[in-house]
Design a protein around this ligand. Structure first.
Ligand code: PLP
Length: 407
């Protein structure tokens, strides 16, 4: 990991603490991803120890092999994968891991390769056609865990996942009965939408699960509450994760399922949002607009396209005591869409040549980068200071609220 440091000319011994501010002192021309393994490890330990069941990591949130190894070492043994490329990559990186193929619409070839070459036994589905495809592609296997995905409301989530996947409640009875015939273990799964801001989202979804089980009168072995666990962003301060776990546990305990049934969840965002931030340079200022060297085609897709706000701080020698004001960002490409409205609160004297750390980009941000227009950077440095926000530290460890770092 420490080989990354040399890319920026940092001659640190492996034991020296490295901070984002020290990286900024090197005045990197390209955006630099600051990786915080300790933050990912802390999130994983939290889920492993406190979620009242099994926590699968949803790989699409950040498929970096370094992160997969951190999560594995912290005790995450099961991985939610959605494409054959993710199956191959996780199988190669973590040969002992259990893979669960949780995309409800899969290619027959992908199912066959996953089953016969990578040992995948867990598949999700939301139609009879997909069930038949899984049975056919696995040559009538008798050791399948089949999870039927039910459509639930996304009304409490910041990002809806309600319209694309999931069987309607009225379709569940026939699907559950048919899947029961083909499955060794039968499950029900759902996704309440990403960044669910209240635990009630899970309670309401589990009510739908209850109704489906009662109506189908089948034995259910796995209840998978999916992802959607939130992280912290400006203007989005969710309740503590324990509140989510409590609500889920209570609702799960009262379901009409066998004593040996298992409860699963599939967090993506909550496990890796704190893992990475990006250090960018301001190339130009025009009024309250800052032209920076990363953007919509880099790690800031969500900031551009769905107006997501990320925490920011100025990282400057001598700091600034000018009062913060709202800025918007332009990314480096020649495309008007490469615009992040924010608002991002930074000291009023920020300008060209300054460095800004944009926090909480470990989930989705870093995973969605492109090299469009010749921009994009794979400079990565491991740092050991605290992420800009955290859901996991004890109160006194919380970083002080400030949007300036003095070098
Ligand atoms: C994206 C996804 C997840 C992870 O969602 P988060 O909101 O990042 O926790 C989990 N399960 C499935 C099936 C997904 O598609």
């Amino acid at each position: 990991m420490h080989t990354h440091h040399s890319a920026l000319g940092l001659a640190t011994a492996p034991s020296d603490p490295v901070t984002g501010a020290e990286i900024a002192k090197r005045r990197p021309v390209q955006p630099v991803t600051l990786l915080r393994p300790h933050a990912a490890r802390r999130a994983a330990r939290f889920f492993v120890e406190k979620f009242p069941g099994r926590s699968l990591y949803a790989v699409k949130a950040n498929p970096s092999p370094d992160l997969l190894e951190i999560l594995w070492e912290a005790g995450v043994s099961h991985y939610d994968v959605a494409s054959i490329a993710e199956v191959r990559m996780v199988a190669k990186t973590l040969p002992q891991a259990t893979l669960c193929f949780m995309h409800p619409v899969k290619a027959e070839e992908a199912i066959a390769e996953a089953y016969f070459e990578h040992g995948v036994r867990t598949f999700s589905l939301d139609t009879m056609e997909e069930l038949e495809k899984i049975v056919w592609a696995t040559k009538g296997a008798t050791d399948l865990n089949l999870l039927v995905r039910i459509r639930v409301s996304s009304e409490h989530a910041k990002l809806s996942l309600a319209s694309k996947f999931g069987a309607e409640p009225g379709e569940m009875r026939a699907l559950l009965i048919a899947a029961r015939q083909a499955a060794d273990a039968l499950g029900i799964c759902f996704h309440v939408g990403s960044q669910a801001m209240t635990p009630a989202a899970y309670a309401e979804a589990l009510e739908r699960v209850r109704a489906a089980i009662v109506e189908a009168a089948v034995t259910v072995d796995i209840v998978d509450v999916g992802g959607g666990f939130p992280s912290v962003y400006p203007g989005m301060e969710p309740p503590p994760l324990e509140a989510y776990f409590d609500v889920i546990h209570k609702a799960y305990e009262s379901l009409p399922i066998s004593y040996s049934a298992e409860l699963w969840c599939e967090p993506g965002r909550a496990l890796c949002a704190e893992y990475a931030s990006v250090l960018v340079r301001v190339e130009k200022r025009r009024g309250d607009q800052l032209y920076i060297n990363d953007g919509a085609y880099g790690a800031l897709f969500d900031a551009a396209h769905i107006g997501w706000r990320f925490p920011v701080k100025l990282v400057r020698e001598g700091g600034s005591d000018v009062r913060p004001m709202p800025f918007s960002f332009y990314g480096p490409t020649c495309d008007d869409l490469d615009h992040m409205a924010g608002p991002f609160m930074l000291p009023g004297d920020v300008g060209a040549g300054d460095f800004i750390e944009i926090g909480m980009l470990g989930a989705y941000g870093c995973a969605m980068r492109t090299g469009f227009n010749g921009f994009g950077s794979d400079l990565r440095v491991v740092v050991d200071d605290e992420p800009m926000e955290t859901l996991y530290a004890v109160e006194q460890e919380r970083p002080a609220a400030s949007n300036v770092v003095t070098l």
